[in-house]
Design a protein around this ligand. Structure first.
Ligand code: NAP
Length: 250
């Protein structure tokens, strides 16, 4: 049913070479979207996601673009329109985290600038283009983190960029009044990807996995299901919201 309703629609998923983004790209392709698998550096991983989608009967293409560079983001939108005829869905999944735990006092200028450039300006860069390029009835999903609410020491700048994304989501949804486009954010809790697992001891992983009452880490597919709902026919009445997909962790 939703596969048919999504047929002919086109989704850009940023940071889709691995982790949550790869899972979202695969899920949206199964839902009937033609999917752009965006990546920054790992071309082989992005191509593997595209090949798997095609093997499963879906439509997909990989496009390299660093979301922090406006010209590269503009080129990605243009290539998408050339390849698939338009853009209906933008999933702003690309993001980075600081190495390990880094307090605000320990954060150097380069790390601060990099977190802001990719997590915040990267989201701004795609949103600004989406305002004009998304077709009527489009959907936008931004990526926050449940760390904005957990407020754990060691994540101040990362969580700060995500809090800004949540605020932009709310206001941008209102600014698109009359266009029939929804703008929401998903804020995952601990999810088993490279971003989460690297630089953590098994004990740290175990402790964070026990945070949710459901007592496990999220799988990327758990988060992809939420995005599938928000961009599909059943998510049409959700707008300007941040969905905390974290298994009940607080
Ligand atoms: P991940 O496994 O580290 O994957 C990150 C993806 O983003 C990769 O595909 C990477 O591409 C891409 N990327 C990085 N910098 C980029 C840039 N400048 N331009 C374009 N793409 C770029 O991360 P993840 O865990 O799947 O995280 C996905 C999103 O969920 C992020 O926004 C993250 O903040 C958020 N999140 C994650 C968790 C968690 O526990 N995992 C929790 C809350 C929120 P390349 O591989 O090509 O470099």
């Amino acid at each position: 049913m939703s596969t048919q309703m999504n047929a002919g629609k086109v989704a850009i998923v940023t940071g889709a070479s691995r982790g949550i983004g790869a899972s979202i790209a695969t899920r949206l392709a199964a839902d009937g979207f033609a999917v752009i698998v965006n990546y920054a550096g790992r071309a082989a991983d992005a191509n593997a996601v595209v090949e798997q989608i095609k093997a499963d009967g879906g439509r997909a293409a990989a496009i390299q673009a660093d979301v922090s560079v406006p010209a590269q983001v503009a080129a990605m939108f243009d290539q998408t329109i050339t390849l698939f005829g338009g853009v209906d869905v933008l999933v702003n999944n690309a993001g980075i985290m600081q190495p390990g735990l880094t307090t605000l006092a320990e954060t150097d200028d380069a790390l601060f600038d990099r977190l802001v450039a990719i997590n915040l300006k990267g989201t701004f860069n795609t949103l600004r283009l989406a305002a004009n390029k998304l077709r009527e009835g489009g959907r936008i999903v931004n990526f926050s983190s449940s760390l904005t609410a957990f407020a754990l020491p060691g994540y101040s700048i990362y969580a700060g960029t995500k809090a800004a994304v949540e605020t932009m989501t709310l206001i941008f949804a209102k600014e698109l009044r009359g266009r029939g486009i929804t703008v929401n954010a998903v804020a995952p809790g601990p999810t088993a990807t490279e971003l989460f697992l690297k630089d953590k001891t098994p004990e740290q992983v175990e402790r964070l996995a026990k945070m949710p009452p459901l007592e496990r880490l999220a799988r990327p597919e758990d988060i992809a299901s939420v995005v599938s709902f928000l961009v599909g026919p059943d998510g049409a009445w959700i707008d300007g919201q941040t969905i905390r997909a974290n298994g009940g962790a607080a």
